[in-house]
Ligand binder design. Structure first.
Ligand SMILES: NC(=O)C1=CN([C@@H]2O[C@H](COP(=O)(O)OP(=O)(O)OC[C@H]3O[C@@H](n4cnc5c(N)ncnc54)[C@H](O)[C@@H]3O)[C@@H](O)[C@H]2O)C=CC1
Ligand SMILES: [Mg+2]
Length: 331
């Protein structure tokens, strides 16, 4: 089955979808046919639609979507012409929210409300939508690029350059001294949230880990070890690569780089385990119920779908950070 997502933006509507079969990405006819059995997910200006009552993401079948488009004065042509990009002058966000009994909310907030499957699909969908939106023109010819039906690439009609969606590699590293974990927070994080050290990779994973630890907290790390990876939609779609690293006993003094971080501290296994057990920390911290929490679990994308759970050796169906902390705790 194909999965589709659509996006509405101001008065215009943009449609794209995520396809599970590789051949559909290249075969336009097969792709169009597959739309008819696809499931659609809706966005407004990159904000996914979440139904108010059930805290569920709205899924809509093709024919249900056609009815919906009719309600808002759109036509079948909108889907055919614009799986990723379409246009309707009559579509208004509040009217659509009322009709669909839901609301378009920011993806970060949505990730806290949805189950793993929906959160991961929305995460991938939003990154893909964002990539298409940002690659409307060929950087060589400056002509508008044209997406293929599946939305797996964009082509410049004048010079045939093909653009494929990209993910920036980011390494996220749990540093341990054998008994404690190093967690940090940036000033942009929600109040109380801590995470592992993270940084974009310019060169290699090893270089990025050493550089981030040295630059952000003044630590020299060793024994780097890969743990897991996941797709992460922010800021523009990244491949988060999770690793472990250690510091030598006695070399744990932190020097927080205040240009990059707001705080950094060592946390005991008990503190981390308690934070990981908290349900829906986003809302708890809103109430001031506890000061320290970790990113929520429903963020895995590729990890949660492929390979199947029983075929993963050593992978955990958890977000990168939780995975890191859990396995660290086990050692
Ligand atoms: N899931 C999680 O728990 C966490 C996820 N993250 C993600 O990891 C990413 C990297 O973490 P940071 O500490 O912010 O990285 P960072 O420590 O490398 O600092 C960010 C800076 O890197 C530079 N940069 C290099 N390549 C870039 C690119 N492709 N896109 C944007 N900026 C680039 C920019 O100057 C930017 O200001 C963040 O975007 C964030 O979304 C970060 C912390 C926790
Ligand atoms: Mg960083």
């Amino acid at each position: 089955m194909s999965l589709y997502c659509g996006i509405t933006r101001r008065r215009k509507s943009f449609w794209c979808y995520r396809l599970l079969s590789t051949y559909l990405k290249e075969d336009d006819d097969a792709c169009k046919k597959a739309q008819q059995t696809g499931t659609f997910y809706l966005f407004h200006n990159l904000a996914p639609l979440v139904q108010k009552s059930e805290h569920q993401y709205l899924e809509s079948r093709f024919f249900k979507l056609l009815l919906l488009l009719g309600t808002f004065g759109q036509h079948m042509q909108t889907i055919e012409d614009s799986v990723l990009i379409g246009c309707s002058e009559q579509q208004e966000k509040p009217e659509m929210e009322t009709e669909l009994k839901g609301s378009f909310i920011g993806l970060r907030k949505a990730l806290f409300q949805l189950n793993v499957k929906n959160a991961s699909l929305l995460s991938t969908a939003q990154a893909l939508l964002h990539w298409h939106d940002a690659h409307q023109f060929c950087s060589r010819s400056r002509q508008p690029t044209k997406k293929n039906v599946a939305g797996s690439k964009r082509v410049c009609p004048s010079n045939k350059i093909i653009y494929y969606p990209q993910m920036a590699p980011v390494v996220i590293t749990l540093v341990s001294d054998g008994t404690q974990c190093l967690l940090v927070r940036q000033s942009s994080f929600p109040k109380g949230m801590y995470s592992a050290l993270a940084g974009f990779c310019d060169n290699s994973l090893e270089e990025a880990i050493w550089r981030e630890a040295a630059e952000e907290v003044g630590l020299e790390v060793e024994r780097l070890q890969y743990s897991a990876s996941q797709h992460w939609p922010f800021p523009n779609g990244t491949l988060m690569i999770a690793c472990h690293a250690t510091v030598k006993p006695g070399q744990t003094e932190i020097q927080v780089n205040l240009r990059e971080l707001e705080a950094a501290a060592w946390f005991s296994h008990n503190e981390v385990a308690t934070a990981l057990r908290k349900d829906n920390p986003y809302f708890q911290q809103q109430n001031g119920a506890f000061p320290f929490w970790l990113p929520p679990p429903p963020t895995t994308t590729q990890v949660s779908h492929y390979p199947p759970a029983d075929k993963r050796s050593g992978w955990k169906n958890q977000p990168v950070l939780s995975c890191l902390l859990s396995s660290d705790q086990a050692t």
